[in-house]
Ligand binder design. Structure first.
Ligand SMILES: N[C@@H](CCC(=O)N[C@@H](CS)C(=O)NCC(=O)O)C(=O)O
Length: 226
């Protein structure tokens, strides 16, 4: 099967599915469509044929069957690979993991809007300014910290429900945002952020992102150029 993704540097949703597949050693071909929404670009030529929403990630089986939306991709992989604990085996832990993924999907709007994922850049000055001035950002991070801390306290870590799973892949781009913008979190949350960043599947994604060296103006609220 193929996973269509966007730029590894910017595409937080692609990162979630790519990291999840890699973390469980599920074999797939990665097809990267660089963000370029001009009429003649590769993105514009290919995306409509593979993704009904024209967004990435989208997982396409060899017979053409496709699954889009990151949460649906995680569920499909869990159905197809029951040998892997993509979700926690315990029913209540599984429910909590799904609650957190759904919350990530629909929530944390300020964190997502003002601290977009941009793996190759560290913006501590921007982060400090935002932190001082933006109460909504502080509220999002406080909720994130509380959610992480509660799960980690229950499981004992190092990942939210013990071993790495879909919910951790969901928060990998958030760990990047926290680290790149230097946003303060509790000691427990910081240990989890660092465990996420040190996971081999996350490290590989980050290394690939650093090699891209592209600049997409739409994804760069804080830079004029590379
Ligand atoms: N809800 C979708 C979000 C996917 C999404 O927004 N992907 C972005 C890249 S991170 C995209 O494809 N953007 C292209 C566009 O907006 O045209 C999911 O969970 O997969």
């Amino acid at each position: 099967m193929k996973l269509y993704i966007g730029n590894k540097n910017y595409s937080s949703w692609s990162m979630r599915s790519g990291v999840l597949l890699a973390a469980f050693g599920i074999s797939f071909d990665e097809v990267k469509l660089r963000f370029d929404f001009t009429p003649d670009s590769e993105w514009t030529r290919v995306i409509a044929g593979v993704s009904p929403t024209r967004r990435v990630p989208v997982l396409v089986e060899d017979d053409g069957f496709s699954v889009w939306e990151t949460l649906a991709i995680a569920e499909y992989l869990a159905d197809r690979h029951p040998e892997h604990a993509i979700w926690p085996r315990d029913v209540r832990a599984r429910a909590r993991a799904r609650s957190l993924c759904a919350e990530m999907h629909a929530g944390f709007p300020r964190l997502r809007n003002v601290c977009p994922m941009n793996i190759e850049v560290f913006f501590p000055d921007v982060g400090a300014k935002l932190w001082a001035e933006d109460a909504a950002l502080r509220a999002d991070v406080a909720r994130l910290d509380a959610a992480w801390s509660e799960a980690l306290q229950g499981s004992g870590g190092p990942f939210l429900f013990g071993a790495f799973g879909a919910v951790d892949a969901y928060f990998a781009p958030v760990a990047v945002r926290l680290s790149r913008f230097g946003l303060p979190v509790s000691e427990r949350a910081a240990a989890y952020r660092d465990a996420l960043l040190a996971h081999p599947a996350v490290e590989d994604w980050i290394a690939d992102a650093m090699r891209e060296q592209t600049f997409v103006a739409e994804d760069e609220p804080y830079r004029q150029a590379r």
